[in-house]
Design a protein around this ligand. Sequence first.
Ligand code: HEC
Length: 359
Amino acid sequence: MKLRKRTRVSALVWPAAALALSLSALPSRADEVGARVEKAASQIAAEMARLCPASDPGDQAAFDACRAGLYRDSQFKRSLQDYVLWGRQRDPKLLLKDSKLTQFGPDVLAGMYMPLFMFNGKYTVAYAQREGLYEIRLQTAFRNRLTPGQFPYPFWHEAEKWSMYEKANEVILWWDAGTNRVKFAQFSVFGANPPVRTSAHVTPPAFDGQWRWTDAQGRSQPTVTVFDGLLHADNPYIGKLDVAYKNLALRLRDGQCFQCHVPNNPDGMKKLVLLQTPMHAAAEIKRVMKSVREDRMPRDEFGIENPLDARTKAALLNEGATFEKLLDLAKQWEARTASSMSATAPAPASADTQAQRAQ
Ligand code: HEC
């Protein structure tokens, strides 16, 4: 009896060890939780390998298929918390709470960041006691040969960041067994395995300080951030969303928002929020509107709330509301189209149709 009790206590503390013990012991709560996480991990790993298999790291069609698959309706996307903290694992010993990470809604993580990786379906699951979370590690490799407009922003603004992306060999999904969702996600160069696809180093273009740019054909870039391939090519709101974002961005600039909410993280936030592209802002618009309405943003250099003057605030809220409304319309259009086209799989917008649309 005494022994049994001890086993149970240690099972709660060491769920991974309990999993091994469960072969001989009665199933405990920890066994059940471990089995549930293991099942979710195996399904996600298989889905990743099916939608985003290892391929040439510059293969645009493979990337588009992966992106559309993960964004539209994937178990991966459904497994994400409302906001997941994402970023590189700089040091495996660093606790997540001490790491500088970026907050992403499911659309952004599934539609822009995770598809930059390729998978072979191999994974491990372990319980990380120091975090109180399960650690699902997926073997991976990074698509370093895509064109610059396929990255959510120029990762090469920092040479070390680009280099770590290029060498990534694992994606870690930190699983909260309480909510049964991914709470944190990281890419890492510290996995034991080599990347699932090797690719020689790519020297990216020089970073000119611009997170967005317009290409020679007059298209907004990065093209992934203007919903290319995520909304249907004939969604009538795509062009309007781009314009609405540009108007909003002017107001965000007036409101000092880009002094902090940009990828180089000038304020050193541990939970960075990004607003510098339509995709990033789309995932945040409800929180943007709320924080401005309630005068919680912007902040001054000491982190103290620094409310906008009435005109700047009204203009920001006005453009924000237009952007928010168009997003809702675009999503409603997608939902209607998906249900009316459910017999035929929708084709994502290709680079060609994108170019035609812009002409
Ligand atoms: C001086 C830096 C700074 C400026 C300028 C700034 N922010 Fe923030 N923002 C922060 C920090 C720090 C947080 C994290 C807040 C926290 O959790 O304590 C944050 C969080 C947020 C969030 C996320 C979550 C929430 O708390 O609702 C939104 C949205 C946001 N800011 C929008 C804006 C907007 C819009 C502007 C411009 C009007 C702006 N911020 C200007 C520093 C800044």
